[in-house]
Design a protein around this ligand. Sequence first.
Ligand SMILES: [Zn+2]
Length: 167
Amino acid sequence: MEPALLLNATYEPLLVVDWKKAITLIWLGKAEIIEAQDREIRSAHDSHNLPSVLRLLKRVKVPRRAVQFSRANVYRRDGYACQYCGNTGRNSVLTFDHVMPRSRGGKTTWENIVTSCEPCNRTKGDRTPLEADMPLLQRPKEPRWWPFTLTAWDGKHPERWRPYLWV
Ligand SMILES: [Zn+2]
């Protein structure tokens, strides 16, 4: 069963919960469904789609913490997809690319590092995306919030979560 992403009332991602916890929050009237899964759960009287993303109706206070800049977190931010061609791959075929090449003063920061497959990385070489005619799928930036349980959860997050992982 796919877990659900729990958002604060302000739409910040808070944590990943299993489907039972998600259903309980809905039934208790503490959260609403923002995105549903295709899968249904049936009770004696009716059926509901399982939540994929749900939002608390009342805001809870959480301390903000910076997201650690690391190779793994760059991959997570980019959804394990090459930011030039969109290919997703196993970690072994993914690498990361300096958008502005290091040889030309490009820094190793959230804003200048993107996930790239090896072929795209080789093709781009020491050029900017414009020079190489390889536009980025999205502009890289620092994630302002990362749900802490997501870092403990290995694997790809469902595509439905993607719009909610940036705040
Ligand atoms: Zn690629």
